[in-house]
Design a protein around this ligand. Structure first.
Ligand code: FAD
Length: 460
């Protein structure tokens, strides 16, 4: 049990900060981007370096306390009452090695840190739609990025993870060392240890052809039908998504979109503009109301999805689809219903496949989920009369309509918050990979210290 005396002793060992419940720093350190998350641990330790993380893990082991990690709070850190939250955000170094096109990235860095450090070398990471999301949290869930069809998942470019285990020892997990742990970390979530550094591969693109095209939502049937057929013809060069969105009439939304329902095509392409224009022509032929596609430095890649930056009470959930055809897309639109009445503000269909399917299924816990060709993700914000239950109910009715085309729940990064059932978590991986994850968990987290980490994997 933490006492004033043993907390003071812990403080003496750390460079970073320790905040106990009731202390001044506690509320600041427990704050999450997702405002639905209300972390109430016994202690929060804002680690300054790997040694701090080790000391924190040893302290938790001595007192038999559960541990969870908080980087940005974009994911779903669980409450961890009675336990310890290790805040990693100060461990955010990025060291780019241009010759090997790799970067060593601190366990609490966000993608924006890596994008900024890589860009002067003409390099880019395999980041996702928001530069504010944590590098490690994103990778532990697979990493579904802006150039996924060209380069595969974010984890397909991880060379090594440096990990502090629940007893405080630090190990390197890679293709050469602790290979079972390396396998689990490539998409199996944060239930195995605390990542203090990850070495990632970078790709040679200072610029991309990227952006969005916007159509009024009443054109959805035509736009979805063309998108479904068009994506089947695309080479791996182009990664796209189609978003149905209801813009709230609030100041952070540009005035010309406030209160409007739109269908937005997003695209990112690591190839020359002429080729990009050629590939995008069938969607341009539909006559978008706004066309914001063009060449941009990768440092501006946040403009592809324009994800919200400020904290929000957001809640989303997703499914992986084997494939979609005209019938599936018609059912999707029918199930969504008029956007004006949907409790979910945004419905994203992202095109997967391409290089994502190139790696062997046995290489990572993503397993046969690599064969998914689309991911469908619904996201709402609890405001006004809209509750979590309304958003979840609407999402579940959409998923039910798409059952014949569904491969599984997930992916882990979009599984959903709150009451995610054990079956839903297992469905993200499939039985065999889930059992293999549990075996790794039993080896590396013997006392089940990470039982309140993110989405609960093998922690019952
Ligand atoms: C606006 C937005 C855009 C997104 N876009 C994408 C996208 O394009 N592609 C995609 O794949 N995902 C995307 N996501 C999902 C995102 O990748 C996950 O929510 C991810 O878990 C967030 O990680 P975080 O570190 O930022 O958040 P946190 O909530 O701080 O962490 C989430 C979980 O990750 C684990 N974790 C984090 N850091 C560590 C560490 N150092 N060691 C061990 N465990 C750790 C913990 O279990 C923690 O509970 C998006 C989410 C949001 C909100």
């Amino acid at each position: 049990m933490p006492t004033t005396t043993n907390i003071d002793h812990l403080r003496q060992q750390l460079t970073g900060t320790v905040a106990a419940r009731g202390e001044a720093a506690y509320d600041d350190l427990r704050s999450c981007w997702n405002l639905t998350v209300d972390l109430q641990p016994e202690l929060i330790i804002a680690a300054a370096d790997e040694a701090d993380v080790q000391a924190a893990a040893r302290y938790a082991a001595e007192h038999n306390l559960p541990i969870t990690v908080l980087a940005t709070g974009h994911g779903q850190p669980r409450n961890c009452q009675g336990g310890i939250v290790i805040r990693t955000s100060a461990i955010n170094h990025v060291e780019v090695e241009p010759a090997s096109r790799t970067a060593k990235v601190g366990g609490g860095a966000v993608w924006g840190d890596v994008i900024a450090a890589a860009h002067p070398h003409g390099l880019a990471p395999l980041s996702g739609s928001s530069p504010n999301v944590g590098v490690v949290g994103y990778l532990l869930g697979g990493g579904y990025g802006l150039m996924l069809r060209t380069y595969g998942l974010g984890i397909d470019h991880v060379k090594a993870f440096r990990v502090v285990l629940s007893d405080g020892t630090a190990v390197t997990a890679s293709a050469e060392s602790h290979t079972d742990l390396f396998w689990a970390l490539q998409g199996g979530g944060g239930s195995f240890g605390i990542v203090t550094e990850v070495t990632v591969g970078l790709v040679p693109h200072a610029e991309v052809y990227a952006g969005s095209m916007m159509f009024p939502a009443d054109r959805a049937p035509e736009v979805y039908a063309v998108y479904g057929r068009w994506t089947k013809t695309l080479p791996n060069d182009l990664t796209t998504g189609l978003i149905m969105i209801s813009f709230p009439p609030v100041p952070f939304v540009p005035e010309f979109l406030q209160g409007r329902q739109m269908v937005i095509l997003t695209a990112c392409m690591a190839a020359d503009p002429e080729r990009a224009n050629e590939l995008l022509q069938p969607m341009r032929d539909l006559g978008p109301e706004f066309d914001f596609m063009g060449v941009m430095p990768f440092t501006e890649s946040a403009r592809v999805y324009n994800d919200p930056v400020d904290p929000l009470p957001a809640n989303g959930r997703g499914i992986l689809l084997r494939d979609v055809d005209d019938e599936a897309l018609a059912k999707l639109l029918e199930a969504i219903g008029p956007m004006a009445y949907s409790p979910n503000l945004m419905i994203q269909l992202r095109h997967l496949g391409g290089a994502m399917a190139n790696r062997a299924e046995s290489d990572s816990p993503i397993g046969d989920r690599r064969r998914a060709t689309y991911v469908l993700y619904l996201l709402g914000v609890t405001m006004g009369p809209v509750t979590m239950e309304m958003m979840a109910g609407h999402a579940e009715s959409v998923f039910a309509a798409l059952q014949p085309w569904t491969l599984s729940r997930g992916p882990l990064n979009w599984l959903g918050e709150g009451a995610v059932s054990a079956e839903e978590i297992r469905s993200v991986f499939g039985d065999a990979d889930y059992e293999r994850l549990c075996a790794v968990k039993r080896t590396y987290d013997v006392r089940n210290a990470f039982r309140c980490a993110g989405v609960g994997i093998c922690d019952a």
